[in-house]
Design a protein around this ligand. Sequence first.
Ligand SMILES: *Cc1c(COP(=O)(O)O)cnc(C)c1O
Length: 375
Amino acid sequence: MSAPRLEIDLDKIQHNARTLAQRLADRGIAVTAVMKASLGSPEIARVVLDAGIKSVGDSRMENIEGMRRSGIKAPMMLIRSPMISDVHRVVRYTDLSLNSELAVIRELSSAAKAAGRRHGVVLMVELGDLREGIMPADLAPTIGRMLDMPNIDLKGIGANLACHCGVSPDANNMAELSTLAATIEREFNITLDIISGGNSANLNWALSGADTGRINNLRLGESILLGCEPLHRQPIEGLHTDAITLIAEVIESKTKPSKPWGEIAQTAFGEKVPAADRGNITQAILAIGQQDVDPAGLLAPTGIDIIGASSDHLIVDCSQHRLPVGAEIRFQLNYSAMVRSMTSPFVSKLLRRSSVPIRVPAAANNWHKTRRVVL
Ligand SMILES: *Cc1c(COP(=O)(O)O)cnc(C)c1O
């Protein structure tokens, strides 16, 4: 089988999606499954929708178009502010988008009008993480100016935390979002359908038993795919953390000194090489590198230590246990490693469902441009 490859267990992902959707439903919160970290895989979208999740989101229009073309009909949310250059595609392929700029909403309005469609808008509010969002004091004036824009429906408000500055969702900032929702509804005599509290980083708060107030939506990606929460990267009880694994192949296996010789300058990626002399080590090279994965986000099997990586080579110390050339080594991945591998054209994707694998060949850098091959 070709290497490197991601093995993606659709049944485990489905279990994660179902479990999260059920636990959050008990708290009055619906889930939008965020597909961006899987390159908008329609197969994964299908299993999470079958798990009871009702809507799908992505940050990239290419992924969204691909899912639509593959027959995904669920309500579709663009979770990054639309680019003005993209508004025609946005109104055509999505039902709603997260927004923070009137100039963009104005263009969405014109595009929706031209297309004879309506487009839903969720206004993002800044709650302290300092990525996207309207400052709370500017929310009402912004709404005042968008309410009469043709073909635009204000669907709700939302927030995103823990991405840029690592600010944790908590009782305070979530209560602020709830209060803002109530204030806006009163001031404009409208009803906001969606109060979208955030991403996987909101799970600790949402499942803690705290009052969830008006928050009725979370946009979840990482927790569904990797089974962990992103604040402290702890596994979530009852979820699979190994639904997605990475396999790489050994191309060199030798006993070598641990200490380099010659005059030492920069390495390929500028890091320093550990110069400690540990005597001879059993070293192997795997055919995978920075172009395929974030090596710092790999968790190797017991007995194997990652000691370096360049564009195409991963160097491991295998503790006197020689790995034969041709052997396959399986790694767990964190979010950064997973995203890099999912988007690398060099890493093939093997989807498994009820023991029937579906292979997506390498060099297919977009799911929707790829024909699935059933092995
Ligand atoms: C990526 C993203 C999400 C999903 O985040 P996860 O941590 O993967 O759950 C949700 N909302 C927005 C705006 C995002 O950019």
